[in-house]
Ligand binder design. Structure first.
Ligand SMILES: [Zn+2]
Length: 280
């Protein structure tokens, strides 16, 4: 398989995740000088949402690609069309830069399980402490990074929305440098190997009362326990009436995105994953 020499680096898909925005605004020259054999293109994906200091203006851009064929009146719908056109111009790897308020460390999200994507994930998880791979198959192609066969989402945290934070910024740049150095290596030998990934299996909502209002919060013993194994009974929530809420699993599962700020709007408290090893 030949690697594309073009890499499309996208920041600000969510307008309040400032790390990626700073990278596409301030690190273009440095990255081009460091990786001269690559054709690097940079996209500031959602400037209108950034002006509002908000995740999005009309709808989540990182879900808007699912509706490309339908006519919709939304800023993100128009941006999705423009971004898709840029990605489609020539074969490329897409790197979509995100941050999370959950303590996820250096996370890579992969949707298309092909040898190039998986070999990059495998390299990163070997090179970086705290680097884990989430498998998020995307059959409806809703994510920006799924618009090319080769694409990864970088999701670094914890970092609050609307701040530039050293660890998040520098970790994202280090992950990118590792990916870009693999992409610029001249070898075109077939890629073989294996990678351990956490594949999303179940979303868990917050507790609600009869009126549909939030009626609890992530338990102190569960907060921050992303990627830590759960088996049998566990206590993810405590209600505002000081009751613990227990859940149970029959198999080993791993929670991710615990207490992510953006997911309150969808009533999503965390997602449970299965651990898998994929060979390629
Ligand atoms: Zn994001």
């Amino acid at each position: 398989m030949s690697k594309p020499s073009r890499v499309v680096i996208v920041g600000g898909t969510h307008g309040n995740e400032w790390t990626g925005i700073q990278i596409v605004q301030h690190y273009q020259d440095e990255l081009r000088n460091k990786f001269p054999s690559l054709k690097l293109e940079f996209i500031f994906a959602n400037p209108e949402a950034h002006k509002l200091n908000s995740r999005f203006k009309d709808e989540d851009l990182n879900r808007a690609f699912e509706h490309l064929q339908v006519s919709r009146q939304s800023y993100e719908h128009a941006r999705a069309h423009e971004i898709k056109k840029i990605i489609d111009r020539e074969p490329c790897l897409v790197l979509d830069l995100h941050t999370t308020t959950a303590s996820m460390g250096n996370t890579i999200i992969v949707s298309h399980y092909n040898p190039l994507n998986l070999s990059l994930c495998s390299k990163l998880s070997q090179e970086f402490k705290d680097c884990r791979v989430i498998g998020a198959p995307d059959p409806k192609l809703k994510y920006l990074a799924s618009q090319s066969g080769f694409g990864l989402i970088l999701e670094v945290g914890p970092v609050a929305n609307s701040v530039v934070e050293a660890v998040a910024l520098e970790s994202t740049l280090s992950l990118m440098a590792s990916i870009l150095s693999a992409m610029s290596a001249s070898s075109d030998e077939p890629l073989h190997g294996s990678v351990e990934l956490f594949e999303e299996t179940q979303d868990v909502p917050y507790p609600k009362n009869d009126k549909g209002e939030l009626n609890g919060y992530i338990h102190s013993g569960f907060q921050g326990k992303n990627f830590q194994v759960i088996e049998g009974k566990f206590v993810p929530f405590r209600t505002f009436q000081n009751q613990n809420i227990e859940m149970k699993t029959e198999e080993k599962l791993f929670p991710i995105f615990i207490n992510e700020a953006a997911y309150y709007a969808q009533n999503l408290a965390f997602t449970l994953c299965r651990k898998k090893t994929i060979t390629f």
